[in-house]
Design a protein around this ligand. Sequence first.
Ligand code: NAD
Length: 379
Amino acid sequence: MLKVMIVGCGGIAPAHIEGYLKFGELATITHLVDPNLERAHTLIAKYNLQNAIAQADYAEALPLVDAVSICTPPALHCGAVVDSLRNGCHVLVEKPMAPSLAECDQMIQAAQKHDRLLSVVVQSRFISDIRNVVEMVKSGAYGKNLYTRVHSSWYRGESYYDLAWRGRWEVEGGGSTQNQSIHHIDLLLWTKGMPTSIRSFMTNLNHHNSQEEDFSSSILRYEDGSIAELTSSLIDHSSPQSLTFQMEKAGIGIPFQAFASKARPNGFPIANEEMVAQVTADFQARPKLTSEKHEGQIRNFLLAINGEQPLLATAIDGRNCIELITGVYQSAIENKDVTFPITQGSDYYTSKWRVNAPHFFEKSRDIEAFEDTTITNNS
Ligand SMILES: NC(=O)c1ccc[n+]([C@@H]2O[C@H](COP(=O)([O-])OP(=O)(O)OC[C@H]3O[C@@H](n4cnc5c(N)ncnc54)[C@H](O)[C@@H]3O)[C@@H](O)[C@H]2O)c1
């Protein structure tokens, strides 16, 4: 039975607790850590965690546990991850992995040195319909992917940035691109790998208590000549989030959609209904996961620790997201194309660039916590 510690008892911690509770035959939660002890006690009571104790600091308990879920604000991820790995623990860390590539590399090196697993949360990979579309696109059955459109649209109200750790480049690390669109960016990278270059624009349209962007738009270019277009927005009331892969023979979307056209002799389109039926039948025939989202990723994490499955979401996947997002920021700030990889000599490899990042607005309100920590999404 693996002993698990949860570090950080705020908004996302319940998703981890519920995941571990689902697999009680594999793991038991023994420690909940938060400098605000009341939050740890509240979760212990809410989930009736009889084997768990609340602590203000993780250091003392690290030698006592086998695995750690890090659910703290992003700037604290690296220190807690490296300390956990050094103490022989396997680690599941929330997204974004860390605000800089330098920190990501430090975490990856610690995992290698201490021979422990390090997984970064990408719960969308553990949704059956998404996984199946990604596999269909990657299979090549519908020809080459020519163009992908990623519409990463979210809504967060003005007060979202009142939380003290949000809204500052040097604390949160970035705005909508880093913290919300990372989910869709991971799916894009999972499907197509890293692009060769990126060109981006960013601004803040309507979040006046944040230095950071609430909108970015990017064009990504790939070695095989294909293109992706990525829009990240925190001001969308209801437009659906989507990834649309335009292949040579068909278009396939997340959420699942199939489109296909064929050309008349003069080049104008007619619907290709047989192809739509083929794509739809392919999608429907694919298997479903038994556990989804955080629960699915936690199941894989635990089974990977026990050597029963490969780790399906790795630290390299988490790092790739940070490299792409760093490219968005560099391109938008310097108003030029950025080519990958971003190398160690660059100011953008570390957090140095954040000192000179544009402040779209200055922060004027900071609170330590909201009374209501419910996490909801509009789409
Ligand atoms: N995967 C997802 O869909 C998803 C959704 C929301 C948040 N997140 C991520 O989860 C992380 C936490 O976000 P949140 O919304 O839960 O934030 P939050 O502010 O609600 O909670 C963070 C908690 O960490 C605690 N904390 C601060 N310093 C600590 C320390 N040194 N040791 C232990 N605990 C400490 C705080 O007191 C707070 O209770 C972030 O990286 C965020 O991006 C992921």
